[in-house]
Design a binder for this molecule. Structure first.
Ligand SMILES: Cc1cc2nc3c(=O)[nH]c(=O)nc-3n(C[C@H](O)[C@H](O)[C@H](O)COP(=O)(O)OP(=O)(O)OC[C@H]3O[C@@H](n4cnc5c(N)ncnc54)[C@H](O)[C@@H]3O)c2cc1C
Length: 385
């Protein structure tokens, strides 16, 4: 079969692009995926106990973009879900972001009441005040609250997440972390929130379900596609391919030999099952301080699945070491790595029909809604009709 476009990777980025090209342009599209499943890191599956779990860590969908919600809603119905997170601080479970309930749980009643009164007087009911801003307040109680949240909820968590000593974490990391001046305990405030009713894999399966899309699993790019650096072209099955090739894998693995890899943080996931109805009161509990892991997620809270038993996942942050079977999850964005990325991008721009798309190819953390918006926007390059 001859194809008008080739897409490397059947994650959300590749799936949305393939669907647009197939349905809007009538193109025959070849999608090559090296894993034995679609969905990239959004992949979910039923575990050995029949519980729907997220293999690569919990995925919560939330967006303020009506066009993204509308687009995905063509391929799935939604289970309404608003994410709630508790954090284990000094042996207690407190809502995150910190709200009035959290303050009451962490401080003696007199002090908590005084802090709440100071917050209400200064910012008003319902405000969301960044901790960094709170630190600058002249009222000592507000400064004490900001310091407490920074030390107990964030600095060690961030240190574990990025593998950096706590003393090297700047208070600037809390620049956007809010204290909520109300009892609102939702983690996200976006107007559209939910999880696909039958899971992410089913949703992405529906996106890819088009007669013009030819999907091949267990097929790394290198088995069919290569870059011809001399002629600045792309070879598919031994022949020059002049249509667009959309690449959603790691950008540095396309760079010829002797390149310095781009660094990533990774996660080791420990999936566990318990013969009890529930493990914890909400979907996610953060462990900012004593433990080596950062958080535990219990899937049934998220999916609404009804079962007498339950499955959880524990997340241990670590460096990305491919030789240990780890995955590249979070780009480590520093001036030097961003510059390296830009150099690699410039090198690849010599190959005119290669398009870099998604979190690995663009070396950027994207939430799922941004990934969909990004693919829809990049599709416009090809949609000249
Ligand atoms: C732990 C974790 C939790 C997250 N939680 C959330 C959340 O709660 N909410 C949210 O909105 N977002 C979340 N995200 C972000 C979300 O996972 C991404 O936005 C999304 O998966 C990116 O899609 P993608 O297609 O760009 O990349 P990927 O999902 O990585 O897909 C890329 C695909 O390309 C394939 N591929 C790569 N190289 C090749 C090759 N050479 N040949 C063939 N195939 C190849 C890969 O196997 C993969 O399937 C989370 C991310 C992580 C890491």
């Amino acid at each position: 079969m001859s194809y008008q476009a080739v897409i490397i990777g059947a994650g959300l980025s590749g799936a949305v692009m393939a669907e647009r090209m197939a349905s809007q342009l009538g193109w025959k599209v070849l999608v090559l995926e090296q894993r034995d499943h679609i969905g990239g890191n959004c992949f979910d599956e039923y575990d050995a106990h029949g519980i729907l779990v997220h293999r690569y860590g919990p995925h919560l969908f939330h967006t303020d973009k009506p066009e993204v919600w509308e687009y995905l809603s063509r391929f799935t119905q939604w289970h309404p879900y608003e994410h709630r997170v508790l954090s284990r601080i000094d042996g207690q479970l407190v809502p995150i972001p910190f709200n009035l309930t959290s303050i009451e749980r962490c401080f003696p009643a007199d002090k908590a009441n005084a802090m709440i009164a100071a917050l209400l007087a200064r910012f008003g009911e319902g405000a969301r005040v960044p901790i960094l801003e709170l630190r600058k307040e002249s009222e000592p109680l507000l400064g004490e609250l900001a310091e407490f949240i920074y030390l107990k909820a964030f600095v060690n968590y961030t240190s574990k997440q990025w593998g950096v000593p706590p003393e090297q974490i700047s208070p600037e990391v809390t620049a956007r972390v809010p204290v909520v001046v109300s009892r609102d305990d939702r983690y996200f405030t976006d107007p559209y929130q939910g999880v696909p009713l039958y899971g992410y894999t089913k949703m992405i399966e529906a996106i890819l379900d088009h007669p013009n899309i030819d999907l091949q699993l267990g097929m790394p790019m290198s088995s069919r596609v290569s870059l011809d650096w001399e002629k600045k072209g792309i070879i598919l099955d031994g022949h020059v391919f002049s249509g667009p090739v959309i690449y959603t894998g790691m950008i540095d693995s396309l760079i010829p030999d002797n390149h310095i890899p781009l660094p990533y943080r990774s996660l080791r996931f420990e999936h566990k099952h318990f013969e009890q109805a529930h493990f914890q009161p909400v979907t996610t509990v953060n462990y900012p301080n004593e433990e080596q892991f950062t958080r535990i997620t219990e899937f049934k809270h998220l999916t609404g699945q009804v079962k007498p038993d339950t499955s959880i996942v524990i997340e241990y942050p670590c460096d990305y070491l491919p030789e240990y079977g780890l995955e590249p999850y979070y780009p480590v964005l520093q001036d030097s790595t961003i510059n390296r990325y830009l150099r690699y991008k410039q090198t690849l721009e010599e190959i005119k029909n290669l398009c870099l798309l998604g979190r690995l190819a663009e070396y950027k953390y994207f939430d799922m809604d941004d990934i969909v918006a990004n693919s829809l926007a990049k599709f416009k390059i090809f949609d000249r009709g």
